[in-house]
Write a protein that binds this ligand. Structure first.
Ligand SMILES: [Zn+2]
Length: 378
């Protein structure tokens, strides 16, 4: 493998792309001093070779722990659609209402333990390869930007182009596919030294497409979208360690910005969760692991979802003639649209109720959803 010979910007000693601190003067070579202190101080030795990958593995794992905390221990194996919707899944119907933070939380969450383990496993294989080809910071940019944009592509493809506004997706596989695309491009750019890796990545990309076409429920738009974003970034980013410490520090600021954006999105998810939680007494949604149903959910007509919609409808009819019923009806319908986001009725009643209260601004998101509701279905 051709190693770019470089020198430490401070003392002029020879450095290699993999070297985190100058051997001679101990200057941190991969970014800001803060980053150096954090990574050197907190990261276990086993992770120091690929700190970007380690950071993302830990983040994704902790986000799943957070999801289980809210959805309940029985959800550790697999989450219901309601739990996923409440815990940040990229839901087109919610995005149309303005919940854009879901593009970020959608790439942090996972639908079940197998989904999580599969993505973390792929991440621990491809992540370190990118960190070696491009360094850890470019790996983080590719993974986070690719993961978030893959969610945007999935929403645009499914809801905007095909009109399926009930589309919902979750998982970091878009980011993983971004790394696969980037790894293929990076290995090719490396020339003869990268041939073997390029072969493997080409095969993985082919598996991704074949697997996606053969198995239903896989978000091909997110996978292909992530792959293209990753490959594009890898084509324009210079290979190897950044030439100067200054460039490295600029990358650090970009990373801190991206991580800050992820944190802000999680906070917005938690704010939206407040008062509703992620568990239902009688969740009508099934929970599945691969092809096995581990919990079929409460029968539809007795489910919390249908009960909530019925309560909303009942109070709404009363509110039309009795002014004092407007507030409780609004509350019941707000609950219904969260508990049962794919039912049309709560959006209609809420649009009406807010107009009735002279709050057209609050009615707008629901009018927007209704305008895009497919007319063929139901
Ligand atoms: Zn030095």
């Amino acid at each position: 493998m051709p190693s770019e010979v470089q020198t430490c910007p401070k003392c002029g000693a020879m450095i290699t792309p993999n070297l985190v601190r100058c051997r001679q003067c101990k200057t941190y070579l991969h970014g800001t001093k803060l980053e150096g202190a954090l990574l050197d101080g907190l990261l276990p030795d086993a992770f120091k070779a690929s700190p970007g990958t380690a950071l993302m593995v830990v983040t994704l794992f902790l986000y799943y722990v957070l999801m289980v905390m809210f959805a309940g221990p029985s959800s550790a194996l697999a989450m219901s659609a309601y739990a996923l919707h409440q815990l940040g899944a990229t839901s087109s119907i919610a995005i149309i209402q303005g919940e854009y933070w879901r593009f970020a939380t959608g790439m942090l969450g996972h639908g079940g333990i197998i989904h999580l383990v599969f993505n973390l496993y792929a991440l621990t294989i491809v992540g370190p390869l990118i960190e070696e080809l491009y360094d850890r910071k470019k790996m983080l940019v590719i993974f986070i930007v690719g993961g978030v944009l893959s969610m945007v592509v999935s929403h645009v493809w499914n809801a905007d182009i095909w009109g399926s506004i009930g589309h919902m997706t979750i998982g970091s596989s878009g980011g993983v596919c971004a790394l696969i695309g980037a790894c293929l491009i990076g290995a090719r750019r490396r020339g003869s030294g990268g041939q073997e890796v390029a072969q493997v990545m080409l095969r993985w990309s082919a598996y991704m497409v074949l697997f996606g076409l053969a198995v239903s429920g896989i978000d091909n738009a997110a996978h292909v979208g992530g792959w293209v974003v990753g490959a594009g970034l890898a084509a324009v980013m210079p290979l190897g360690l950044n030439a100067t410490v200054a460039v490295n520090r600029i990358y650090s600021l970009v990373i801190f910005g991206l991580l800050g954006g992820l944190v802000a999105s999680v906070v917005m998810m938690l704010v939206a969760l407040d008062g509703y939680g992620a568990q239902l007494a009688h969740d009508g949604g099934a929970r599945r692991i691969l092809f096995f149903t581990i919990d079929p959910g409460t029968p539809r007509n007795r489910s919390s979802q249908v009960l909530a919609v019925q309560k909303c409808q009942g109070l709404y009819l009363e509110a039309i003639s009795e002014a004092e019923k407007v507030a409780p009806a609004t509350e019941a319908c707000e609950r219904a649209r969260r508990v049962a986001p794919r039912y049309r009725r709560p959006y209609e009643t809420l649009a009406d109720l807010y107009e009735l209260q002279g709050q057209p601004d609050k009615a707008k998101p629901f009018v927007r959803v209704l305008a895009r509701w497919p007319t063929v279905r139901r």
